[in-house]
Ligand binder design. Structure first.
Ligand code: NAP
Length: 240
């Protein structure tokens, strides 16, 4: 077990993209990190533990919490970052699509957050950050995303609900709502100037992982902030 004073973060979806950026950023701040993903390499680093598994499965939530506690002894921050994106007309969604998107985006949040908050209550404090998305508020008729909106909107709603429920017990609950961020979530073709035409902010730069990391680190450092949905979309949501 590491020193009891070292803070501990759990990051789901930590193998690539935004999650990998968050894992690195928290480590650079001196935290110990448990990173989960469907597929993630083992770590020999003393401050990094990886747990492979499907976060929509309750057993994975139990495994993550049990490994975090036995290795690091506490959980200070949980970042519910694992997520999937699916764009298609509403009437085309299949039962498998529904199970996948609600499973990762909602059940993945639900079971692990329950367990992390139970531990944070024992520690008399903690922080949960949910990774929502601007599509929860902003819809583009050219790219219908109802199932993503349903689940990411649910995360935004539950962020406010849990922030109020646990404020008196020292647990903060916040969210970030990214716009278009360049990650492996979309194929490289999605980030060409042609594909991004009309979608970019006035200064014409697509969001980077570091933009989201900066937002999460701000929320981490802001003890007065809870129930906040921090939009990281260059004003895309505000302008509609
Ligand atoms: N990129 C954007 O434009 C954008 C915009 C708004 C919101 N977001 C949100 O930001 C978050 C991170 O997105 P990203 O762009 O970094 O995506 P990404 O590059 O596709 O990474 C997704 C991560 O989630 C993990 N994951 C997927 N399904 C999982 C499951 N069932 N159990 C455990 N881990 C699972 C993946 O693990 P494996 O690698 O093992 O599959 C990967 O580590 C997501 O919640 C996404 O909805 C992204």
């Amino acid at each position: 077990m590491t020193q009891p004073t070292r803070k501990v973060a759990i990051v789901t979806g930590g193998s690539q993209g935004i999650g990998a950026g968050l894992v690195e950023a928290y480590r650079q701040q001196g935290w110990a990190v448990l990173a989960n993903a469907l597929s993630i390499a083992p770590s020999k680093e003393p401050d990094l533990l990886t747990v492979q598994g499907d976060v929509s499965d309750l057993a994975t939530a139990d495994e993550i919490m049990s490994q975090a506690m036995s290795r690091f002894g506490r959980v200070d921050t949980l970042i519910n970052n694992a997520g999937v994106f699916m764009a298609k007309p509403f009437t085309d969604y299949t039962a498998d699509d529904y199970a996948l998107v609600t499973g990762v985006n909602l059940a993945g949040f639900f079971w692990l957050t329950q367990r992390a908050i139970s531990q944070m209550l024992k520690q008399q404090g903690g922080h949960v950050v949910n990774v929502s998305a601007s599509v929860a508020l902003f819809t583009d008729s050219a790219e219908p995303t109802a199932l993503t909106a349903l689940t990411k909107g649910g995360l935004a709603a539950v962020t406010r609900s849990l922030a109020v429920e646990y404020a008196s017990r020292g647990i903060r609950v916040n969210a970030v709502a990214p716009g278009i961020i360049q990650t492996p979530l979309h194929p490289a073709a999605a980030y060409t100037p042609q594909a991004l035409a009309g979608k970019l902010p006035p200064w014409g730069r697509v969001g980077q992982v570091s933009d989201v990391v900066d937002g999460v680190l701000y929320l981490e450092s802001a003890p007065q902030v809870t129930g906040e949905i921090l939009h990281i979309d260059a004003g895309r949501t505000a302008g509609h």
